[in-house]
Structures are given as C-alpha cells and as structure tokens.
Design a protein around this ligand. Structure first.
Ligand SMILES: NC(=O)c1ccc[n+]([C@@H]2O[C@H](COP(=O)([O-])OP(=O)(O)OC[C@H]3O[C@@H](n4cnc5c(N)ncnc54)[C@H](O)[C@@H]3O)[C@@H](O)[C@H]2O)c1
Length: 259
C-alpha cells in the first residue's frame, strides 16, 4: 500500500499547457495517480483531446481554452476547476513559450517577441497564481509548482528572452513562497534539462538533436531526458510528502548542472 503522504487521489490539479509536450505527460500521469485534472491550454483542441483520453481511461478530466496571459481566461480556468471539482489543490505552471521560439542570437530577437515571452512566461504565471490563490487560502492548503529551466544554471546560448524569463521563475517562486507561507501554500519550482518532448523534437533541427546526444555523454546519467523523468518530482511537490518544502528549485537533468 502507498504511504498516504504520497496519495494524490481526488486532489484537483490544474496543469497549464497540459495539451501537448511535457504538460500532456503531467496531466496523464497525475490522472492515473487519482487526481482530478484541469487542462488549461491556449491550444484548446489539444487540451480537450488529452482530457477526453484521460476521461475514457482513468477518471474525469476537463479542459478549458486558456491564454495564461489573459486575466479573464485565468479567472475562468479557476472557476472551471471550482465548479467541476469543488476545490483546487495544485497548480502546475507549465505553459510557456518555448518550442515555438526560433533559436537565434540575442541581438536578432524581435522586441515584440521579447515582450510576448515575458507576458506569457512570467505575467502568465502571476495571473494563474492570482486566480487560484483565494481558493487555496480558503481551503487552508495549496501546492504550486513552477516550471523553470536548466538553462538558467548553464547560461545556454540562444533564446535569451526565454532563459531570462525562466530565471525570473526562480525569483518569483522564492518571493511568492515567503508571502503565502502563512496560508500553508507551498511554492516550488523544477528546472528540467533538455527534454525530448514531442514538441521539442518536432521543432529542433537534426543537427541540434545530434549536438544534444554529445552533451548527454558529459552528464552522470548518459541518456536522453524524457517527459516521464520530470513527473515524479512534480507529483512529490503536489503531495503531502513535501509539506515542509517551499521556495525551492529542484534541478532535473540526469546530473549535468550540479545545482
Ligand atoms: N522540453 C524541454 O527541453 C524543456 C526544458 C526545460 C524547461 N521546459 C519547460 O517545460 C514546460 C513544457 O515544455 P514543452 O517541451 O512541453 O514545451 P512546449 O513549448 O512544447 O509546450 C508548451 C505548452 O504550453 C501551451 N501554451 C503556449 N502558450 C500558452 C499560453 N499563452 N497560454 C496557455 N498555454 C500556452 C502550448 O500550447 C503547449 O501545450 C515549459 O514551461 C518549458 O519551458 C522544457
């Protein structure tokens, strides 16, 4: 029998960007572990397809088309979770602009694109936290997991705006953790290394993917990192087993950057 501290049965967890890539894996595995999942993705059809798949297999999941940079959309996302499941136990702030961003030198980044990355990756996270906060506070407990990136530790070249936004996620996590500790809400982050999500694979050139294979040989665990490698830490941070952990960032990259 599983220790009850790890039990996610009937927890309601919102996964932003849960319609594809790594977010789809979080949604599916959390549902398999017994959680009610709310999938909030700007790609509404993809989110709905994941929710339908979960609902036909394990348990009820719902999807809502959400642009996390919109205050109205994030409010509707929280309302959907409350009206469907009656509570919000967890929020996985996974949606971001990443795989759709061209890898290019910093001085070629368009200013409009820079602003949009900050709007989605940082303001979007802020709005999602704002939307769920009241409910978590009233419940007397909540778990927020923010997705940063291992790029922050390594200063990986290209996509400067993306790396800067993911560094912001760590500061955001620390300060929010201090401010909501009295509400018994834990706020943590994970920083994944290059992960072979379906979207990452579809948008990376063969040359880039080849360079990653060389990089794998320089870390402790010399194999590709897959979306499944991230789920355990996210589940732990959503569970009671992590109740005294907050403001932290767990690096998950097979022992590359030793954060
Ligand atoms: N794959 C990697 O190598 C890697 C490494 C480190 C961190 N990450 C982070 O992990 C998370 C998931 O990565 P991924 O590879 O699945 O990324 P991805 O780019 O493939 O997926 C992002 C998801 O977010 C959704 N999304 C985009 N903009 C949105 C918006 N405004 N509102 C709501 N949803 C929106 C997309 O539709 C998509 O489902 C991201 O936060 C990414 O930055 C990924």
């Amino acid at each position: 029998m599983t220790d009850e501290r790890f039990d996610l049965n009937n927890r309601t967890i919102i996964v932003t960007g849960g319609g594809s890539g790594i977010g789809k894996t979080y949604s599916t595995v959390l549902a398999s572990a017994g959680a009610n999942v709310v999938i909030a993705d700007i790609a509404g059809n993809e989110g709905q397809a994941v929710a339908d798949d979960i609902s036909s297999n394990v348990r009820r999941a719902v999807a809502i088309t959400t642009d996390i940079s919109s205050e109205d959309d994030t409010a509707a996302m929280a309302e959907m979770a409350m009206s469907t499941f009656g509570r919000i136990d967890g929020l996985i702030n996974n949606a971001s602009l990443m795989s759709t961003l061209e890898r290019k030198p910093w001085h070629e980044i368009d200013i409009t694109e820079w602003d949009r990355v900050m709007e989605v990756n940082l303001k979007g996270m802020f709005l999602c936290c704002r939307a769920v906060y009241r409910h978590m506070k009233e419940q007397g407990k909540g778990k927020i997991v923010n997705i940063s990136s291992g790029r922050v530790w390594k200063g990986t070249a290209e996509r400067l705006h993306y790396t800067a936004s993911k560094a912001g996620v760590i500061g955001f996590t620390r300060t929010l953790a201090r401010e909501v500790g009295d509400d018994n809400i834990c706020v943590n982050a994970i920083s994944p290394g290059f992960t072979e999500s379906e979207t990452q694979m579809a948008t990376s050139t063969p040359e880039y993917l080849e360079s990653r294979k060389v990089a794998y040989q320089k870390r402790s665990l010399k194999r590709a990192q897959l979306p499944d490698d991230l789920v355990g830490a996210v589940m732990f941070l959503c569970s009671d087993a992590s109740d005294f952990i907050t403001g932290q960032t767990i690096n998950i990259d097979g022992g590359d950057a030793m954060h």
